[in-house]
Ligand binder design. Structure first.
Ligand code: DGT
Ligand code: CA
Ligand code: CA
Ligand code: ZN
Length: 579
């Protein structure tokens, strides 16, 4: 299930916000924020730690450790409850509007007595916000956009949250007597970036033992529907999970049906009709006689429709059926194809683990190469200096000799400034094995300026990868308004790879952008951007997103052997790097 670390992180972060907006001590708020992040990224499950163990987490002192312990024991953090009680529920809802934030929400409440989203919408339409300090027409636009994002996200959850729940439930159902097969289907199996509800499928002769075990799960907060074929629950986190039990001999047809997407299923049913057949969740039947033809495996169902098995990540009706008929489905990238990770951080900047810990974790995951790319100096709060990065390089070179199977690359994550330039002079950049470059500021430039900015970065002979290219945060911040086709063309022309950032909050580029970029001949890097060892496991979501963008291993530079990668990093020989 969701790690207790994440609950604690969210709670401490909320506390930090509440302290700030109720006029509390800014230092205190900052301390809680730091502790929140450290706990969220900590490798060990906090619920297994005692006071001493908790204090070993960076930025966690005695008073925070005590609060966490109390919360783990009682499910309540009294200091949070206390500040919460001082703020009306409606105002807390306002605070959760991604583009508004706690401070402005508090101003709205204190100055205009606005304490709900509908009241806020009214106030905007009546232009009452314009008189407030710090609010302009632009702010209104942003707020409206934020409300839109919040409503569009609805009750969908990030893929990693759904995946953790699904894997836990699949494990429990698989342990029930009589289980012949069990997996998750639906949008999660298709690796969509967010998931509306989790669909679990079991193959068994009798359904009741599964339905009973399902409703009895500790995570079940509410039983929405309890039937023989389908049972739906809501978890304590508010996520709906549907369980369906199908007879073992309908497994393939059931899995195909409940994996979807709806649009893909419409295509496959059309194929069936074309062959004078009928396709349902029970099997593929002769239309006239009603006689069952196949149903046991997905492969058989697809084969009888004249199709190869179609990977779930392609089942979105984006041409996969036609490509299958032509025998031209892509040989999709898989996780084992990834030889290395080209974007990671350590505690030298905002990572939560030391260089040694990150390298160790990467080696344990079986990577063949691993790049450390801490933030460059223009991201001021990270306090990077020439001395620090050069000392890190020396340490990286030393460590490199210690791992037999994994090579280390020393890189950096540069900041693309408003003009498209980056940190450090070219000569200094040549000392890195590779440079990621990302936009971290000045998001409000107009489309033309932003587009130029990205193209200039691509044209820099030292920039190898554009990190999280649109800077979106799923459900929180939309991607930048850029002429993507112009940027994709520039990336392809200059030999600059575009990142597919695997963090579940980003997944940037998205599947649709990947499809577009691919047509320009762009190369990609599927990176974790890990800030802690735990984040290395997010790679699967980046790979899933790449699959949804129809990518093969050939399209992705970090599947290549290191010597080929190094040639690519020289950008047609224009760079001096050859370490
Ligand atoms: P979600 O839950 O919104 O993230 O998306 P899905 O794709 O998981 O949708 P869901 O949970 O409503 O249904 C799971 C799959 O079951 C869906 O992808 C296709 C199949 N399915 C469900 N209801 C229907 C239906 O009425 N017609 C068709 N063709 N397929 C359906
Ligand atoms: Ca679903
Ligand atoms: Ca469902
Ligand atoms: Zn980064």
């Amino acid at each position: 299930m969701v790690r207790p670390n994440e609950n604690v992180e969210a709670l401490l972060q909320e506390y930090a916000d509440l302290v700030l907006i109720t006029g509390g001590d800014a230092f205190k708020a900052r301390a809680y924020e730091k502790a929140a992040r450290a706990i969220g990224g900590y490798h060990a499950d906090v619920s297994t730690l005692d006071a001493e163990g908790l204090r070993e987490i960076p930025n966690v002192g005695k008073s925070i450790a005590d609060k966490v312990l109390e919360y783990l024991r009682t499910g309540i953090m009294p200091s949070v409850e206390e500040v919460r009680a001082r703020i009306p529920a409606g105002v807390r809802e306002l605070m959760s509007i991604p583009t508004l934030g706690p401070k402005k929400a508090m101003t709205l409440y204190e100055d205009l007595r606005i304490s709900s989203v509908p009241e806020l919408l009214d106030a905007i339409h009546e232009e009452r916000l314009r008189d407030l300090k710090g609010f302009g027409p632009r702010t209104e636009e942003n707020i409206l956009h934020g409300i839109g994002l919040m409503q569009a996200a609805g009750d969908r959850v990030p893929i990693n949250v759904a995946m953790e729940v699904a894997e836990e439930i699949v494990a429990r159902m698989s342990a029930v007597d009589g289980c012949e097969d069990c997996t998750y289907a639906g949008s999660l199996r298709r690796m969509r970036e967010t998931v509306g509800d989790v669909d679990i499928l079991v193959a068994a002769d009798r359904s009741e033992p599964f339905m009973d075990a399902f409703t009895a799960l500790a995570e079940t907060a509410e039983v929405i529907a309890h039937g023989a074929k389908k049972t739906s629950i809501r978890t304590t986190k508010g996520l709906q999970v549907d369980l369906r039990v199908v007879p073992p001999d309908s497994w393939g047809a059931g899995l195909q049906y409940f994996t979807g997407s709806r649009a893909h299923n419409i295509r496959t049913r059309e194929m069936a009709v074309h062959h004078k057949l009928k396709l349902s969740e029970y099997g593929l039947f002769h239309a006239k006689s009603g006689k069952k033809i196949v149903s046991e495996t997905e492969e058989e169902v697809y084969a009888r429709l004249g199709l190869p098995w179609i990977p779930p990540t392609l089942r979105e009706d984006r041409g996969e059926v036609a490509a299958g008929l032509r025998g031209e489905l892509p040989d999709l990238l898989t996780e084992p194809d990834i030889r290395g990770d080209l974007h990671s951080h350590t505690s030298l900047t905002d990572g939560l683990a030391t260089l040694e810990e990150m390298v160790e974790a990467a080696a344990r995951r079986g990577l063949r190469y691993f790049a450390i790319t801490d933030h460059a100096p223009n991201l001021y709060m990270q306090r990077m200096t020439d001395e620090k990065i050069l000392a890190q390089r020396e340490r990286v070179r030393e460590l490199d000799g210690k791992h037999r199977k994994m090579r280390l690359l020393h890189g950096t994550e540069l900041n693309i400034d408003p003009d498209g330039n980056v940190d450090w002079p070219q000569e200094f950049l040549q000392g890195f094995d590779l440079c990621v470059a990302s936009v971290h500021s000045h998001f409000n430039q107009d489309r033309a300026a932003l587009t130029r900015r990205y193209i200039t970065a691509c044209e820099n002979p030292e920039v190898n990868i554009i990190g999280h290219p649109t800077t979106r945060m799923i459900g929180k911040r939309p991607g930048l308004d850029i002429d993507l086709d112009a940027v994709f063309a520039a990336a392809a022309r200059t030999g600059t790879a575009l990142e597919i950032n695997s963090h579940p909050d980003r997944l940037d580029l998205s599947d649709e952008h990947i499809l577009r970029a691919r047509r320009h001949g762009v190369k990609f890097a599927v990176n974790t951007d890990a800030h802690a060892p735990l984040h290395l496991s997010y790679l699967r979501y980046g790979v899933g997103t790449a699959q949804r963008g129809w990518l093969t291993a050939e399209d992705v530079i970090n599947t290549w052997p290191l010597d080929r990668l190094r040639r690519f990093l020289r950008k047609n020989g224009t760079s001096g790097t050859s370490a």
